[in-house]
Unconditional design. Structure first.
Length: 107
DNA sequence: GGTTTGACCATAA
DNA sequence: CTTATGGCCAAAC
């Protein structure tokens, strides 16, 4: 399976109110240094069947996409799920989700 | 095949 | 706090 498809599959498993860093997704897929590919995969994402807004930077800050208006939208979607924003960034220590072994195996 | 690119990350100043 | 630099891996050309 392509790397991008694996990214989509894993992101779909993120529960509501939880977030993951690009690097965390890459690590869960077995390539800890492929954080850029995760963002690349989400950028090429056409369908909205994937909760892409639950993926942020490791700092908890929202990534600067080339598409204008995407960042504010992402924040709104996260806050709607109960994610707490502190000084413009997500509290990662509080909302970071850790994928379980069974979840990644199913992909 | 080589080269470019990018919703990243870590480090340093 | 900001800016700069290098590395990284997969996809696209």
């Amino acid at each position: 399976m392509n790397f991008r498809q694996r990214v989509y599959a894993l992101v779909r498993l993120i529960p509501s109110g939880r977030v993951l860093a690009y690097g965390d997704v890459a690590t869960a897929l077995g390539s800890p240094r492929a954080a850029r590919q995760v963002g690349y995969a989400l950028a090429a994402l056409g369908d909205d069947t994937v909760p892409w807004h639950r993926v942020v930077r490791k700092s908890g800050h929202i990534a600067h996409g080339g598409e204008p208006g995407r960042a504010p939208l992402q924040r709104v979607l996260l806050e709607a799920e109960g994610v707490v924003f502190d000084a413009g960034h997500v509290d990662m220590a509080r909302h970071r989700w850790q994928p379980e072994a069974g979840d990644v195996a199913g992909v």
